[in-house]
Ligand binder design. Structure first.
Ligand code: DX5
Ligand code: ZN
Length: 220
């Protein structure tokens, strides 16, 4: 299980310290919630901040675009270096097939973020093209919300779609993840977990990440 701490939940007034604590805790990825104040009612990090983060830290980026024009950001994100994943919400883009291929040409995994009220069948036309799906288990925009459990059915349906693929699709779950639902999500076949509040409100990031990476029934 890959764990992707969502820096949005960290102390943004002391980013460098938070990033060094995540590096010491051996975070696999850094989940970047890039919001533009249009697609969602919140505004977070722009490219100048991401450039500065890249200068002081080398955890690979897992970028989650919550913007109305995702295609505007791809070239500059790729230029940052060490970006492993980029996801966007398919309803924000007119030319999704083109954008998926553009991201992949940079050797970055391309994913779609699927909102709680969006059917997972939306992926069918591009099931051979997508590298992963980011299943939203909260409505996008904010950290610290409660997990919406219709994510489980979407994970099950997505795993069924693997039958037509050469290799299994990656499944990332984002929102309200904690050490209780991590166990069930892992059982369901999730490959990546995003966690904001659960990690950053803990006293020990390393232990919190380990509890998500190796969830046990005792945590239920
Ligand atoms: C919500 C974001 C999430 C959020 C997760 O729009 O996509 O990545 O930061 O935070 P928690 O884990 O606190 O729900
Ligand atoms: Zn996110």
């Amino acid at each position: 299980m890959i764990i992707s701490p969502s820096i949005l939940a960290g102390n943004l007034a002391n980013l460098e310290l938070e990033l060094s604590k995540l590096a010491a805790a051996k975070a696999d990825l850094l989940h970047i919630d890039l919001m533009d104040g249009h697609y969602v009612p919140n505004l977070t990090f722009g490219l100048p901040i991401l450039k500065k983060i890249r200068e002081v830290n080398d955890i690979p980026f897992d970028v989650h675009l919550m913007v109305t024009n995702p295609s505007f950001y791809i070239d500059e994100l790729a230029a940052l270096g060490n970006v492993s994943f980029i996801s966007w919400h398919p309803e924000t883009e007119y030319h999704n097939h083109r954008l998926i291929n553009k991201v992949k040409q940079y050797d970055i995994s391309a994913g779609w973020a699927i909102n709680p009220a969006t059917s997972i069948d939306i992926v069918d036309p591009v099931i051979h093209d997508l590298d992963y799906a980011l299943i939203m288990s909260v409505n996008p925009g904010f950290s610290g919300q409660s997990f919406i459990s219709n994510a489980y059915e979407k994970i099950r349906l997505l795993r069924e779609k693997d039958k037509v693929r050469e290799k299994p699709i990656g499944i990332e779950v984002d929102g309200g993840v904690n050490d209780t639902n991590a166990y069930y999500l892992q059982q369901a076949g999730v490959t990546m977990l995003v966690a904001g509040a659960y990690i950053f409100k803990s006293n020990n990031y390393s232990e919190a990440i380990d509890r998500l990476k190796f969830p046990t029934k005792e945590n239920r």
